[in-house]
Design a binder for this molecule. Structure first.
Ligand code: NAD
Length: 292
């Protein structure tokens, strides 16, 4: 079986820096790639900050922190990933962007390298078909925030071979994560169930059944959810939710997955949640204030 030692991570946003963090802590060498030196610098600062927090909480030692940081290098170009045994793409949830990345990165990778996508919803079989190695392509879907969440979904495309699946399973297990194996259907398992619930929470707001505070309090206190659905929507990013709802709606051709018009409106306004300081809450002050 292919042994994974060096892992490339394409996209250093909230998911990419988390994946680089947990892979480096587990002893893998990591090459982190993004479009600009500034983004990579900011991702490295985030990783350092999150590792420091783990040291403060005594979940890792200072030695582990420093060793993990030293295992991560960054590269603005895909050529920097040439030596990787596994590459995980975690750029924006846009199929044409991902296809271009796979086309470009496969040209520099060795033929044995495994290529994975952290996509939340796009067909693994279709993405695999856009590469020169569909049998070495797999979905490795991490949850946010990566250093905290225990689960990773593994999704085989129709052509994924057993060796790729087993090497990916071993890679995930080494990072201390649990695996749920999902068939390749839109949004896999977690998001297939979670997204319609969040969308329904937004419809509940849109139809005036409750305001932001009432909806979040209802689900936290009435269903024991650790976060309210609108708080969670802001945390993940409203643009990401919208893209996934669109994939469910189109992929399953069922009107029950229709994205709520209010979600569309927030995204059109650029109110994407925490990352843009405004979503269902306004985060610009000392504490979040509901926007409806
Ligand atoms: P993000 O917007 O925080 O980060 C995306 C990063 O990709 C940015 O830094 C951007 O500069 C970079 N990027 C864009 N095009 C690129 C390219 N051509 N080459 C290299 N880098 C490029 O997004 P995110 O929340 O980290 O999501 C990334 C992926 O992970 C998406 O496919 C998303 O669906 C998936 N995902 C997200 C979550 C979540 O909760 N946010 C959970 C699981 C999976």
């Amino acid at each position: 079986m292919a042994t994974i030692k060096t892992v490339g991570v394409i996209g250093s946003g909230q998911m990419g820096n988390g994946i680089a963090h947990v892979a480096a802590l587990a002893g893998f060498d990591v090459v982190l790639n993004d479009l600009s030196a500034d983004r990579l610098k900011s991702a490295m600062a985030t990783i350092n900050g999150n590792l420091t927090r783990q040291v403060t909480k005594k979940t890792i030692t200072e030695d582990a922190h420093q060793k993990a940081l030293a295992r991560i290098t960054s590269s603005e170009s895909l050529e920097g990933l040439a030596g990787c045994d596994l590459v995980i793409e975690t750029a924006v949830e846009k199929e044409e962007v991902k296809r271009k990345i796979f086309h470009d990165v496969c040209a520099v990778l060795k033929p044995t390298a495994i290529v994975a996508s952290n996509t939340s919803s796009i067909s693994i079989t279709r993405l695999a078909a856009s590469t020169d190695r569909p049998e070495k392509f797999i979905g490795i879907h991490f949850m946010n925030p990566v250093p905290v969440m225990e689960l990773v979904e593994l999704i085989r495309g129709i052509a994924t071979d057993d060796e790729t699946f087993e090497a990916s399973r071993e890679f995930v297990a080494k990072m201390g994560k649990q695996i749920a194996v999902s068939e390749d259907f839109p949004a896999f398992i977690v998001n297939r169930i979670l997204l319609p619930m969040i969308n329904e929470a937004i419809y509940t707001l849109y139809e005036g059944v409750g305001n932001v505070e009432a909806i979040d309090a209802a689900m936290k206190l009435g269903a024991h959810h650790p976060m309210g659905p609108l708080e969670l929507a802001d945390f993940i990013g409203l643009d990401t939710w919208l893209s996934i709802m669109q994939v469910l709606h189109e992929g399953l051709a069922d009107s029950k997955y229709r994205p709520c018009p209010l979600l569309v409106k927030y995204v059109e306004a650029g109110w994407l949640g925490r990352k843009s300081q405004r979503g269902f809450y306004d985060y610009r002050g000392d504490k979040p204030v509901p926007t409806r």
